[in-house]
Design a protein around this ligand. Structure first.
Ligand SMILES: [Zn+2]
Length: 56
């Protein structure tokens, strides 16, 4: 069983978002995602989800 280290968790998952369209990972802030100022590098879409959340 892997130990969850908070510092590592933050580094890996904090402010990382995934494009809903193509799955490209982007490092950005939640504010930018909500304000839609961030654009996907690959497909230029504005739809992002937090990397931790599961697909539904
Ligand atoms: Zn994309």
């Amino acid at each position: 069983m892997a130990t969850k280290i908070p510092a590592a968790q933050n580094r890996l998952f904090k402010n990382v978002y995934v494009c809903k369209n193509c799955g490209q990972k982007m490092k950005t802030t939640s504010l930018k995602v909500i304000a839609r100022t961030v654009k996907c590098r690959r497909c230029s879409k504005h739809n992002f989800r937090p990397i931790k959340s599961k697909k539904k």
